[in-house]
Design a protein around this ligand. Structure first.
Ligand code: NAD
Ligand code: UFG
Length: 336
């Protein structure tokens, strides 16, 4: 199949590209490189043995998108491009609406223009807001608590409206829980610019000696050890979930939401312990106040993905930590 990945040079898109290339799909990566690097292209090629087509352009250019979709006879779009930092979204909300919502409008216009009606969207568990019950299934009420989350919710709503207006559309919103880990080669992984906001990349840099210690945001939550619990999912499991969704979509018109999580929650302290063990490094930490906007626990009910896509996560926490460590410690600045 000819597929176009917006944001395909980023953390999740690059892993999905590897899996799709290895399965024989023709892959076009469309990215403006605002949060990724050109070196990733050669690394994807090194792993997959095939070089994907790369187009450096912005999703807000409907013209550039239309040309790319036509030129490569694209059949399905996987839409990863977007800005994703929760804190930054509260400081620059207009950038987030312009890039995430405006960029998606532009993509949908280009798809309409070219007659492509098949879309896999990078959704987020953030659309569930504060959990009213756990585990979170797809029927849980939706609510956003920050501008980033609102962009994800607006996009989902827009996609549902679109699907209601035209039964030919086939759309799946994959709601990711907490993607972590890296490809087993250590060649591609998550490389945040500046100090990481998220737990796993922060722990990795503490283990590498680049950051002094982790601040554990709160140890008085109603969880077994008092620290926040999340559903961490290996990025390669996530990538395989996209492959499964791509095949499934062919026979499923409409707009669907499917969780991609493991169903298993781990606390911050469990993550610290697992990473220290995988890296054989100390991960010093101190207890700090709760971070504004955090919830105590968030984990998926992954049954729909199994029932519909025949997919479930295969890789455990040791693998998530070991692959992250391999990626981080093989970078020159990570050797410590
Ligand atoms: P990422 O920043 O690594 O990748 C996004 C890619 O999109 C980058 O390569 C960036 O250069 C590109 N991009 C951004 N704006 C663009 C634009 N206007 N035009 C063209 N390219 C553009 O992020 P990621 O972690 O790979 O996330 C991918 C998607 O998954 C995002 O939509 C994100 O919101 C969603 N998501 C991520 C997480 C997570 O924890 N990583 C969780 C839930 C959902
Ligand atoms: N944490 C720390 N110290 C840190 C960073 C995080 O203790 O330095 C804790 C948090 O308090 C939380 C857990 O580690 O309990 C995970 O935090 P992350 O920032 O890694 O992940 P979140 O669950 O807060 O957020 C993620 C994505 C968001 C998305 C959200 C819901 O980063 O984009 O999941 O899907 F909106």
């Amino acid at each position: 199949m000819n597929v176009l990945l917006t944001g395909g040079m980023g953390y999740i898109g690059s892993h999905v590209a590897v899996v799709l290339l290895q399965a024989g799909h023709h892959v076009v990566l469309y990215d403006n490189l605002c949060n990724s690097e050109i070196e990733t292209l050669a690394r994807i090629e090194q792993i997959a043995g095939v070089r994907p087509t790369f187009i450096q352009a912005d999703i807000r250019s409907a013209k550039a998108l239309t040309d790319a979709l036509k030129h490569h006879a694209i059949e399905t779009v996987l839409h990863f491009a977007g800005l994703k930092a929760v804190g930054e979204s509260a400081i620059n909300p207009v950038d987030y609406y312009a890039n995430n919502v405006g960029g998606t409008v532009s993509l949908l216009e280009a798809m309409r223009e070219t007659g492509i009606r098949s879309l896999v969207f990078s959704g987020s568990a953030t659309v569930y807001g504060e959990p009213q019950y756990l585990p979170l299934d797809e029927a849980h009420p939706l609510c956003a608590t920050n501008p980033y989350g609102r962009t994800k919710l607006h996009i989902e709503e827009m996609l549902r409206d679109l699907s209601a207006s035209d039964p030919l559309w086939r759309i799946v919103c994959l709601r990711y829980f907490n993607p972590v880990g890296a490809h087993e080669s250590g060649l591609i992984g998550e490389k945040p610019v500046g100090t990481p906001n998220n737990l796993m990349p922060y722990i990795a840099r503490v283990a590498a000696g680049e950051l002094k210690e982790l601040s554990v945001f709160g140890n008085d939550y109603p969880t077994p050890d008092g620290t926040g619990v999340r559903d961490y999912i290996h990025v390669m499991d996530l990538a395989e979930g996209h492959m499964a969704a791509l095949g499934w979509l062919t026979g499923h018109p409409g707009c669907h939401a499917i969780n991609l999580g493991t169903g298993q929650g781990y606390s911050v302290l469990e993550m610290v312990k697992a990473f220290a063990s995988a890296s054989e490094r100390d991960v010093p930490y101190q207890i700090a106040p709760r971070r504004a906007g955090d919830v105590a626990a968030c984990y998926a009910n992954p049954e729909k993905a199994l029932k519909e896509l025949g997919w479930q996560a295969q890789r455990g926490l040791p693998d998530m930590c070991a692959s992250t460590w391999k990626f981080v410690s093989s970078r020159p600045e990570g050797r410590g």
